[in-house]
Each structure stands twice: as C-alpha cells, then as structure tokens.
Design a binder for this molecule. Sequence first.
Ligand code: ATP
Ligand code: MG
Length: 428
Amino acid sequence: MAQKLQAPRGTQDVLPDQSVPRLALERLARSVLEGAGYRRIETPTFEATELFARGVGTSTDIVQKEMYTLEDRGGRSITLRPEGTAPVARAYLEHGMHKLPQPVKLWYLSSFYRNERPQQGRYKQFWQIGAEAIGSAEPAVDAELIVLLHTILTEFEVADLHLRLGSLGTPETRAVYREKLVAYLRANEDRLSEEVRSRIDLNPLRAFDSDHPGTREVMAGAPLLMDELDAGDQEHFDEVRALLDIAGVSYDLDPTLVRGLDYYARTVFEFTSGALGAQSAVGGGGRYDGLMEQLGGPATPGSGWAAGIERIVLSAGHRPEPGPVLDLYVALDAGDAQGDDARAVRVTAFQLAARAREAGLNSQLELAGRSLKGQLKQAARAGARYVAVVRPGEIGLKDMESGEQRPVAGGVDAVIHDVLRGRGPVVL
Ligand code: ATP
Ligand code: MG
C-alpha cells in the first residue's frame, strides 16, 4: 500500500469542530470592527518580495529568516505574505485611497506564512485578524484601535489578558537613541549573547528581547527610548494613555517593548495571555508613520494591529455552540420497488430536499443508502425537526418532537408547506 501522506509540519487542518470557535471569533471581530467603520479588505496570498523587504524591514526576523520566497516563472521573486500591514499599505497606494475620506479604516482575516520552528501556538501557516487605519496621526486612532482589539479579546473571553504599551518615538528620536544604545552595548559586549553581539549594529533594540542571562543583566541597566522622547512624541503618547484610561483599558508601560517590524513609530503595544505559555502574544501593533514613504508613496500616517486566530482560540478555551437547526431530513424507503420505480423515489427525495432549501428550510438528504431505521437514527443525530419518508407514490412526514407520523397528500409542495407551518410563525 502507498504510504499515507500528512499535512506538512507546522501546518494544521481546521476540522469542522475546530472551525466552530474560529467562526464565532470571525463574527465577533466583524461586528466590532464594522460597527466602528472598518471595512473588509483582502490582498493576494503572495506579493513581490520587495514589498516585504521595504515594508517590513531587512533587519527584522521576518525578512531575515522567516519568509517563504520563490521565483516565479518570469524570474520574479515572490513571497508568501508573512504579515498584512505592508500589503494593505501597498493596496492603499495602488488604489489611490488617499482620495477617500481619511483615515481609511480597513480590516482583514487572512492566512499568513512564516518559516518558523513549529510549536504550540506557532505555526508555519497561521491566521490573523488585522485592522489598519491609514491617513491620520491622531492619538485617538491608536487608542481606538487598542480599545477595539481589547473589546474583541475580552468578549471572546481570552484568559488572563494583559496589555503592554510603549512608544518608540519618531525615527529621528530613535536614530539618536540608537547611537546611545549601540555605544552602551559595545561597552558591555563581553557579557552579551553571541546572537545579540552579532546584531548590535543591525538591530540593537532586539537585545531587549533576549532571554540570555548575561544579556538580560546588561539590558536591565540600558538606556531606555521612552526616557528620550521629544516633546511632540511625549504629548502624543500621553494622549493615547489618557484615552485608554478614559476607556477603562488598563495596561503596563513597557519601555522595552520591541515590535518585530522596522517601520513602527510612536505607539506600540502587545496583548498577551497568561494561558498560553511560551508563545504568549495574542496580538499587537502600533503606529507606522514612515511606512508609506518606504513604499514610494507620499508621507501618510497609519496605525494598526494584527492578532493571531489560533492563539486567541487556544487562550479562550473551547466554547461549544449549537449548529444550525435542521428543519427537514429527507429519508427514502423504496421498499421492493425496482428500476424506474426505485429511481422515481430517489428523484422525488432529491427534489424535496432541494425545494425545501429554496423555501428557506434547512434540509438534508439521505446519501448513504441506510436502512429506514438507520436513516431515522441519523436524522435524530443530526437534530432534525421533521423527517420526510419518500416511498413509491407516497410521502410520509414524521414530527420528531411529538413522534407523530402521517402520510401527506399533495406531494413535495404539501410536505414543504406542512414543515413551514410546523416551524411556527415566520417573522418577516
Ligand atoms: P511572536 O513574538 O510570538 O513571534 P510576532 O511579534 O512575530 O509574535 P506579529 O508579527 O506581531 O507577531 O503577529 C501578530 C500576532 O500573530 C501574534 O501576536 C500572534 O498571535 C500571531 N502569530 C505570529 N506569528 C505566528 C505563528 N508563527 N503562528 C501562529 N500565530 C502567530
Ligand atoms: Mg515572530
């Protein structure tokens, strides 16, 4: 026998039971975000590699080691999207969305691809819900985005939820600070981990993320960007904080919060769940005022977040939900009928199930050739309200609540009529 194939390591099938909480999350996110004026956008699964090199940043983990990049037939380099902000920003520029009322508020739910070491909560293909507000530098945009994600996560009952908040200042502030930090790291080089040491010039901020003991000791005394903010950045940050206080969203200030993307400016934040273990980040984001210029567009401020669907579901536990009501199960009982007579039973059953759906009923047709007893059992398992039994020249209807059975004169339409009536008054 040929060997059985499995899904690639780090990818997952979403089986029907697993899709239940994911659908609930999608519905919740949609109602929260669309209620606040965010509209859905979908971008392609792959993009020109250059979009991520420029729009995520060549010093990031994502671009350095996590991208799935391949060559197209024409020799063009394409990359499976590892994140959603750069593609949405590209779409904003490509479709001239600056002509729309600003900020343009967009949300997405898509799959993303990163070549990472798979573990609990970390996959090579995963899904994110994301929101982006492009075209406004207002602190209220940042605060509102954070509140919206907070609403989604708390309403979904993510356990032990924490928000960390920081500000990275503007690129100018960061450049000055960077010099200071590099000098500090150089002065303490001998105590740093190999990896941090090799990336001092490339991305010194990542040193705050290290869990190497020596590095951590050094970083405890490192200069902090949040102490170096200029007046404008400080004022912006204070306003974001004041608005979060007004919204009743609590947070911990984290001067070492380093988001994975190069283009963040000012506000950065991350939500974590204590229920997740090592991969504790459920979602995060921030302001990216420099991104549009990186992509060849005019200076345009923007802010947004992305949250991982698998981690949200893991951290919220499973919540069972009733499936859709099944109004009618169509069973067949051809008896001794053969040939055309047996076929007539199958055709009538098929028609009945289809016509019932046209009439707005949920209906399922017997497809497995079970015995009548087996079909009634299956109908009960599926939670059917009524079962129609199609026989040669006759249709019987069984009310699964009362157990009452009777023949219905008048064929398919009469059965549908009876089921509709039995379902109670129709609310228009
Ligand atoms: P981490 O620190 O866990 O690597 P990240 O900073 O790379 O996260 P982002 O790029 O900010 O994550 O993506 C936003 C969210 O997407 C994360 O908070 C997480 O919930 C989810 N996420 C990121 N990478 C993965 C992955 N490989 N598998 C599953 N979910 C992921
Ligand atoms: Mg990561």
